[in-house]
Design a protein around this ligand. Structure first.
Ligand code: PLP
Length: 371
């Protein structure tokens, strides 16, 4: 039986042509026309005036945090605070922690599985009472589901707290309402669009865009020789890989439609089973369903999430528990967390099913016959 992967890359056939175009241009470098083309395509796709192409989504998060820290002026000897959602991949918070920030976590809400604005408001109230500076609020758009940005911005805008969205899993989500300060996308191998590895920092903020563009290439000053007034990083995406990303982006809307259809395919086949339910879709945004996620209520269903996962694995089908909440990670147990029970329960019950956009109806039948 051929293995069914969780979310494998899906080529549309145009990638090779654009790679050849790069080879012919001889811009085998982290600069070049294809990189410019990727950035302008991403500006169209995302609606931001600035998109910076980087070698990972993690690098994009790092540059945004670094920029905020450089602007941050405070007499407080305590580190500034970044507030993030606990139900996420560790890459959401690792850059802030590397940079010496204090990270506070919040649980997610039932309606969307993303940052709970009520818990965020508690964290902001405490920060105010304790005289803490908030560097930014960093919600995650989970599995292709946008966070409740209107509510989050409602809490942040009045006090000028920037909202940095970790949208690594949510490229293709139509953004309704005003955009956040900045948004990060990923082209990692399992994401909806991939160039094997890559990321985008998208923003309306001219200063962030300009500074990040400088920082990502060793912070070279605008000068003939190599002059450095600050330290940067080597984070630029290669012009060669940009060709793959540009080709892939041509299929973004198709891929979103297909992932949503796969989710519906699971719902048709499994929706009537007692003890199985599906990740909800929030009222404010259509989700891309980057991953199709179900919840398994073991007492009703008779098997728990791990038993189901092993049964699928025995048939050569890859599935995966949802993110283990960050407040449960041994490396992060010291972080302050507001709530957490809901993420804990979702981790216990949540299973990500194969969701690659090349999945066929017979694959779906094969997977669902094991329930
Ligand atoms: C994939 C992912 C990232 C990291 O993106 P990379 O491009 O792999 O660095 C960050 N946050 C979340 C939630 C992700 O799923």
């Amino acid at each position: 039986m051929q293995r069914i992967y969780l979310s494998p890359p899906h080529q549309n056939g145009h990638e090779l042509e654009l790679i050849q175009e790069v080879l012919q241009s001889n811009f085998l470098a982290p600069v070049g026309p294809m990189l410019d083309r990727l950035e302008s395509t991403m500006c169209q796709v995302s609606g931001y005036p600035h998109c910076l192409a980087l070698n990972t989504g993690s690098a994009a998060l790092h540059l945004a945090i670094r920029h905020l820290l450089d602007q941050h002026r405070s007499a407080d000897s305590r580190p500034p605070v970044v507030i993030a959602a606990s139900l996420s991949f560790i890459a959401s918070v690792a850059p802030a922690l590397h940079m010496g920030c204090e990270v506070w976590l919040t649980d997610v809400e039932e309606e969307s599985w993303t940052m709970d604005p009520i818990l965020l408001s508690h964290a902001l109230t405490d920060a105010h009472a304790e005289g803490r500076q908030i560097l930014c609020v960093l919600p995650t758009d989970l599995f292709g589901q946008a966070c409740d940005l209107a509510a989050i911005r409602g809490l942040c805008d009045g006090t000028g707290i920037p909202v940095l969205c970790d949208s690594a899993e949510a490229l293709g989500v139509p953004r309704s309402g005003p955009a956040p300060w900045a948004q990060v996308f990923s082209f990692n191998g399992n994401k909806i669009i991939t160039c094997s590895g890559g990321g985008i920092l998208a923003t309306h903020d001219d200063r962030l865009a300009h500074h990040a563009r400088k920082l990502c290439m060793q912070a070279r000053e605008d000068c003939v020789h190599y002059e450095h007034r600050e330290l940067g990083y080597n984070y630029r995406l290669s012009n060669l890989l940009a060709g793959v990303a540009v080709a892939q982006l041509e299929s973004l809307q198709d891929r979103v439609r297909k992932r949503r259809a796969i989710f519906e395919g699971y719902r048709e086949r499994l929706g009537a089973i007692d003890g199985i339910s599906f990740m909800p879709e929030a009222g404010w945004n259509e989700a891309t369903r980057w991953l199709s996620v179900i919840r398994i209520h073991s007492q009703t269903y008779g098997r728990d999430r791990e038993q189901v996962r092993l049964a699928l694995e025995a048939e050569n089908i890859e599935s995966r528990p949802i993110w283990k909440p960050l407040h449960r990670q041994p490396a992060l147990q010291h972080l302050r967390c507001y709530g957490g029970e809901h993420s804990d329960l979702l981790f216990e019950e949540g299973l990500c099913l194969p969701s690659g956009s090349a999945l066929t109806d017979s694959d779906l039948d094969r997977i669902c016959s094991l329930f």
